[in-house]
Design a protein around this ligand. Structure first.
Ligand code: WT7
Length: 649
């Protein structure tokens, strides 16, 4: 593998902040003297009461618990705004690039953002929001989305952002699970020249029988499109903002008070409300933004994610703003109106660091290099990747074509649950290896183990685990401590966090993530549970049974493949029609992102004698792998039947 090692570009090496030896020493200290190390790191934040203790966390069976900086108090929005006002008040905090390139960009200085956040915090209070209340945010990528997050943080309310691509039904489930009393949304969103009916989706969600907790809906006028407003429940953001004071004191929050919930998919059909607390999360966001991306004042920073995912929370809003950076927020799609758009945005705003996902790179790579070559990209210094394994071909393209060999690539491995980057090479410090994320960050101790939890030899595949608590880790799953323990701390017991990924460590300690080891599928980097898609499918009147697996896909990494048996009543329905109908049905239940790419109709699914569906066989079929042991199947001939049907699908 050594021929795959990419050296650090010379101009980067020249201004490195640390070398290999210092990185290794720092890492050692973070493990050997964790408390002192993290109390020192904690000084990056502006505490109201500085903590005197770092970790009261333990992965030991006897005193298991997660608590960071327990006696410290702070306010996250004050850390992202107020503390910058004296020296950086007139620096641009948010630079906003609209979907349509002929529309004007917007920008807000730290002073302007502070005033906007204070006002909106007062609007929320007027709407009855109190400390600890859950507020659902269903927004397009406009600066008001960041304002809403920070305003919640200011008053100690817990935000739950739901990605604007989720359907009304999925939105309703997430509102109800955390008993949200307020929804913040916009009339419509814009993406790739199309409008997304956000307010209409909220109305549809709130019209569902089981969705009864919401009292107020605050609506940003983003496009001016016509929407229905329900008197007493719905208010316009701009009208509400005009009637409140421009200052709002920041609530004093304990480090362990929850900052936000973010629903993500797990092995079961019900999304999990991953809960992050204030102090450890913000520290880790700020530290990783500075360390992994080598952020320096003046750099224009662009995380091209959506605020609906954890990447947007940590690297559009909290990390960069805690560091006083200029963060670019882009409303649209990377390849609209042309495949040059992403690079045109880089040039227009003189972006220094771009952080995006492999799925975007694969799509752009396919369009041809001339779309890249006609842009300058001279401002680019660093390129980041996140969300799924990056195939070496896409890595080399990113490095050689997009970055012209000048820019280090960092491939950051992490999860919604970890809060922020956990494993990556550091620019100017570590050599890079296309396809490998690199080494763990300070405080992160990982092990690849076999099914019994025994560490495997380097170069051997196994299950990735994390063996000690880290400051940005999730505190629990909202309202379900039991499921939290069951999901992450039951496979191997309490002494290691179960990640859910297959991976291997190479002899140099570099991590190679292979993919998910559970029933989670990553489609274009979006995390979906096969169980969620299965229950959407079986809720269709024509479907008797469904089994869903991830199928390798050269564009989206993985795609949804569904195996479906149909009710007798649907025997006469045309299969082509049914395929379209089922895809739309899943879109309505979850969102377009969950639509199966392939639907295979079969008379039965591969089942054991006790009736359990053997998804492993379906996975092997879609991956074109040897089927393995099929002797436990009730009807072994079903495999051949399905293989035949797959050829026809
Ligand atoms: C899963 C987490 C990371 C924030 C956004 C996605 C996969 C993530 C990488 C990477 C290989 C990766 C893992 C992980 N993943 N980053 N650099 N290389 N795989 O967060 O939706 O919670 O998904 O994404 O499988 O477990 P998420």
């Amino acid at each position: 593998m050594s021929e795959d090692l990419f050296p650090i570009p010379a101009d980067w090496a020249a201004h490195a902040r640390m070398n290999q030896a210092a990185r290794a020493a720092d890492y050692r200290r973070s493990l050997d003297d964790g408390d002192a190390y993290w109390l020192e790191q904690a000084q990056r934040l502006d505490w109201i009461t500085p903590p005197t203790r770092a970790s009261d966390s333990s992965f030991d069976e006897a005193d298991f618990g997660i608590q960071w900086f327990a006696d410290g108090t702070l306010n996250v929005s004050a850390n992202c705004l107020d503390r910058h006002l004296a020296e950086r008040g007139d620096i641009t905090a948010i630079l906003w690039e609209p979907d349509d390139p002929s529309d004007a960009p917007r920008s807000l200085t730290y002073r302007e953002l502070h005033a906007e956040v204070c006002r909106f915090a007062n609007v929320l209070k007027d709407a009855g929001a109190r400390r600890g209340d859950r507020i659902t945010i269903y927004m397009p990528m406009i600066p008001e989305a960041a304002v809403a997050l920070l305003a919640c943080a200011r008053i100690g309310a817990i935000h739950s952002v739901v990605f604007g691509g989720f359907s009304p039904e999925a939105l309703a489930g997430r509102i109800t699970d955390c008993d949200s009393s307020i929804v913040v949304t916009a009339d419509e969103g814009r993406r790739g020249g199309k409008r997304v009916p956000l307010k209409a989706n909220v109305d549809a969600a709130l019209a569902l029988d089981h969705c009864t907790s919401v009292r107020r809906v605050l609506v940003v006028r983003a496009t001016g499109g016509a929407v229905a407003m329900q008197p007493g429940r719905d208010s316009w953001y701009d009208e509400a903002m005009a009637g409140v004071a421009p200052d709002c004191p920041a609530e004093v929050m304990k480090a362990e008070d929850p900052l936000f919930l973010l629903y993500t998919s797990g092995s079961t059909g019900k999304p999990k409300g991953v809960c992050h607390s204030s102090g450890g999360y913000l520290l880790w966001a700020s530290l990783t933004h500075a360390l992994c991306f080598d952020y320096r004042p003046g750099d224009v920073w662009w995380c091209a994610a959506d605020v609906g995912w954890v990447t947007g929370h940590s690297y559009i809003v909290y990390g960069p703003l805690a560091n006083g950076a200029t963060t670019l927020m882009y409303e649209g799609l990377p390849s609209w109106p042309t495949p040059s758009r992403i690079w045109e945005v880089v040039d227009r705003h003189q972006v220094h660091t771009l952080f995006t996902a492999p799925t975007v790179l694969r799509a752009l790579m396919k369009e041809g290099d001339h779309h890249v070559a006609k842009t300058s990209r001279a401002s680019l210094q660093l390129l980041g990747s996140v969300g799924e394994p990056i195939n070496p071909e896409a890595w080399r393209w990113y490095h050689g074509v997009a970055g012209e060999g000048r820019c280090p690539i960092i491939d950051t491995w992490w999860q919604t649950e970890t809060g922020h980057c956990m494993v990556t090479t550091l620019p100017a410090v570590d050599k890079m290896r296309p396809g490998s994320c690199g080494r763990p960050l300070p405080g992160v101790e990982i092990e690849v183990v076999d099914e019994d939890g025994n560490p495997v030899e380097p170069g051997t595949n196994g299950l990735l685990t994390i063996t000690r608590p880290w400051p940005g880790m999730l505190a629990t799953l909202y309202g379900d401590d039991e499921r939290f323990v069951e999901t992450y701390f039951s496979k191997f017991g309490k002494d290691r966090y179960f990640v859910g990924d297959y991976a291997q460590l190479d002899p140099d300690g570099y991590l190679w993530v292979i993919g998910r080891a559970d029933d989670v599928v990553k489609v274009s980097g979006h995390r979906l549970s096969t169980a969620e898609v299965e229950s959407a499918l079986v809720s269709h009147h024509s479907v008797a049974e469904a089994a869903v697996v991830g199928q390798p896909d050269e564009d989206t990494g993985q795609a949804i493949a569904a195996f479906v048996t149909i009710e007798d009543s649907a025997a006469d329905v045309s299969r082509t029609e049914l395929v379209e109908d089922l895809r739309e049905h899943v879109a309505a239940k979850i969102g377009k992102l969950a639509r199966p790419k392939r639907i295979v109709f079969t008379y039965d699914l591969p089942k054991t004698r006790s009736g359990k569906i053997m998804r492993r066989i379906l996975r092997n079929l879609v991956e074109d792998k040897p089927l393995g042991d099929t002797s436990t199947l009730r009807d072994p001939s079903i495999v051949e039947h399905i293989a035949k049907k797959m050829k026809e699908s």
